[in-house]
Design a protein around this ligand. Structure first.
Ligand SMILES: NC(=O)C1=CN([C@@H]2O[C@H](COP(=O)(O)OP(=O)(O)OC[C@H]3O[C@@H](n4cnc5c(N)ncnc54)[C@H](O)[C@@H]3O)[C@@H](O)[C@H]2O)[C@@H](O)CC1
Ligand SMILES: Nc1ncnc2c1ncn2[C@@H]1O[C@H](COP(=O)(O)OP(=O)(O)O)[C@@H](O)[C@H]1O
Ligand SMILES: [Mg+2]
Length: 278
């Protein structure tokens, strides 16, 4: 198992070229947040915007429109049951994050299946939270796309069938191969399984054990793979590292790190890493 290092992050977060515009830094559609879990999609969308994604559209339950816009005017917002608009936006984006706070109702399932039917093979698809459970429960067939799963250990148990106690590197690797997707297995010392290699994160700690921390990571991963699209694995590993790196920094003086506090630190921490390239 390889360790995820700071060097990877420095290599990924390059100085921005001057002759660029918002279209140069990735377009992302984030789908999630039912009436109960609006916070999840607010955090994921905020994390994506603060990670530098050029254009973020959020598809969510209309209950969340006002709170989302009040906290994050930078995102565009649509009703997650509006299939026609989702289809139009799907044609324009580089990637989709689906599942954070999506819920597991028949309507949630319909949205997920609609995205599976319309996603294109060259697009990134980050599958988090409820979407992972929906796939496990309904035995959904995965579409052709660059798929990245972000399960915690319980979600991985449901998706892979491997009980938490038996989630060894060999067992996880075999399940990842079957899925033919990247798997970010979230836990203390998160592991990342790609088609070629397994990586382990050695930073991060229990100051991160609070609701919304994984929703935040999903948004960061979405922003990184669409913005730094030349090396997908490095982008994924860098987002995973940065997330816990910031938590550890903030956690030096705080007992618990709130996801929205972590998100606020993303732009300046990214600048620190990109300046180290000089
Ligand atoms: N503010 C919000 O709107 C929030 C919405 N959330 C959404 O709520 C939905 C359900 O997700 P949950 O994860 O809460 O529910 P789950 O039922 O999938 O999993 C949570 C339970 O799994 C167990 N578990 C075992 N190992 C674990 C590990 N390594 N990490 C985390 N849990 C582990 C714990 O007992 C934990 O209570 C998702 O769609 C999620 O995105 C959550 O992210 C919480 C915050
Ligand atoms: N004790 C811990 N040590 C290190 N990282 C942790 C710890 N507890 C939680 N985390 C991290 O916090 C995030 C939690 O994700 P998740 O359980 O999906 O949260 P949520 O769904 O509530 O947003 C993961 O990135 C996980 O690795
Ligand atoms: Mg989660």
């Amino acid at each position: 198992m390889q360790t995820i290092t700071q060097t990877l992050v420095k290599e990924t977060i390059k100085k921005r070229a001057t002759q660029t515009h918002k279209g140069s830094f990735g377009k992302l559609l984030i789908i999630g947040g039912n009436a109960q879990f609006g916070g999840a999609v607010i955090l994921g969308s905020s994390a994506a915007v603060y990670s530098g994604c050029g254009l973020v559209t959020t598809a969510t339950d209309p209950h969340n429109f006002t709170s989302l816009h009040a906290r994050l005017p930078e995102t565009m917002v649509i009703d997650f049951t509006d299939k026609q608009t989702i289809q139009t936006i799907l044609k324009k984006v580089d990637g989709v994050v689906i599942g954070s706070g999506l819920g597991e109702t028949p309507s949630s399932l319909e949205i997920l299946q609609f995205v599976f039917q319309n996603i294109q093979a060259n697009q990134k698809l980050i599958i988090d939270g409820s979407a992972i459970d929906l796939i496990a429960t309904h035995h959904l067939v995965l579409p052709q796309a660059h798929i990245i799963f972000t399960p915690h250990e319980m979600e991985w148990q449901r998706l892979s069938g491997i009980p938490i106690k038996e989630q060894s590197e060999a067992n996880n690797h075999a399940a990842q191969q079957k899925l033919n997707a990247t798997v970010i297995l979230k836990k203390h010392h998160t592991e990342v399984y790609t088609n070629h290699e397994t990586y382990q994160l050695l930073i991060g700690g229990p100051e991160m054990a609070t609701g919304g921390m994984g929703d935040t990571l999903a948004g960061m991963v979405g922003a990184f793979v669409t913005q730094f699209s030349d090396n997908e694995t490095k982008s994924i590993l860098s987002a995973v590292y940065l997330h816990s790196f910031i938590a550890d920094q903030v956690g030096k003086t705080q007992y618990v790190v709130l996801p929205h506090q972590l998100i606020k630190q993303i732009p300046q921490t990214m600048a620190q890493f990109s300046n180290q390239n000089d």
